[in-house]
Structure formats: C-alpha cells, structure tokens
Write a protein that binds this ligand. Structure first.
Ligand code: FE2
Ligand code: FE2
Length: 196
C-alpha cells in the first residue's frame, strides 16, 4: 500500500490500558466506516482503499469482536450488579457481532471481486446500500458500547480483571505481557512495548 493509510495505527502504549485500547479501536472503526462509505459509493475503483478495508476486516475487526465476546463481555457478566441491567444489552450486542461477521463476509466478497474485475464494488444502488447500511449499523453499535459498556466496565472491573483483559488481548496479537508488565512480542524477545 503506497498511500498513507486512512485508518490510524493503534498507539502501542495502550497495551496496558485495555478499556482505552477498546475505545481507541472504536475510533478506528469510525474511520473504517468513513472509508467503507467512500469506497462503496465511488464510481471508480479505489484500489488501495479497498485493500485497506479488506485487511482491517480480516484482522482488526475480527480480533476486536473476539476481544469483546471472549473477554470483555464475560468479565462484565461476572462483575455487573443486577441493578446495572446489562444482560439484555450484552445479548443484543452479541447478536450484532454475529451479524457483523456475516456482513463483513459479504462486503469482503464484493471487495475482492471488485479488485479482480477492476470495477467499483458498489456497482448499483442496492449494492451501495450494503456498504452504507453496514457503516450506519456499525456507528450505532460503537456509540452504544462507548456510552454504556465501557463506562460500566470502568466502574465494575477490578485491577486484576483489567490486567487479565490486557494480557489476553495482547496475546491474541502475538504480544506477551510478562509479570513485570513489559510487553514483549513473542517473536522478538529483545523488543518491548510494540504492537504488531
Ligand atoms: Fe462490539
Ligand atoms: Fe466494540
């Protein structure tokens, strides 16, 4: 990819602040939404942007959903008090994650075909709507998580929970956090603090 990426990289320092890390990921998802709308409604093929979206959907978006489904949401279910009434919302957000996985596969297929054919992916209004609807739903999902899920997590998760969350999210990306909290990439023990 020769042009400057439209989606900013994640700051490495956030590896020890899992809730800020998730918040920063949501900001990057908003950048993804802008890119998806632009590419999906363009009348020419924006090849580099298409490649950036495909890479983000395959890696960053997929990992983020696993971070929430396998780590953040189970921790919240364990720590939240009945008066938080979080169960139904977590259930609804999980259903949206399942939809996201399905829709990202549809978009990825359209984007891959566009690259092969050298044509814009949103070739008619109906196809363009798939891209704009995805961005719309994703923005709503992020807004809800930022407004409700992350504030409750800040309130209820213990320092041990946060450490466990950091460790698992980092490990998912090939970064090992040792006991002294120094981030060591698994494939290079001499480098510290880097995110892949
Ligand atoms: Fe989510
Ligand atoms: Fe999220």
């Amino acid at each position: 990819m020769s042009q400057t990426p439209q989606i900013e990289p994640l700051p490495a320092g956030l590896v020890h602040e899992p809730l800020n890390w998730l918040f920063a990921e949501h900001y990057r998802h908003r950048q993804l939404c802008r890119l998806i709308e632009r590419v999906g409604t363009a009348t020419i093929l924006l090849r580099e942007e298409v490649e950036e979206i495909l890479a983000f959907l395959r890696q960053d978006m997929a990992l983020h959903i696993i971070d929430e489904e396998e780590d953040l949401f189970p921790l919240l279910r364990r720590r939240c008090l009945p008066e938080d009434e979080l169960g139904p919302l977590l259930g609804a957000l999980s259903a949206e994650h399942r939809d996201d996985i399905e829709q990202t596969q549809t978009l990825s297929t359209l984007l891959e075909r566009a690259l092969i054919e050298g044509q814009p992916p949103g070739h008619d209004l109906e196809t363009q709507r798939l891209f704009t609807d995805f961005a719309l739903h994703e923005r709503r999902h992020i807004a809800l998580e930022n407004a409700v899920i992350l504030p409750i997590a800040r309130l209820r998760l213990t320092p041990q929970d946060l450490h466990a969350l950091s460790t698992r999210m980092a490990a998912r990306r090939g970064v090992f956090l040792d006991r002294s909290d120094v981030a060591l990439p698994l494939d290079d023990p001499d480098r510290s603090g880097a995110m892949p």
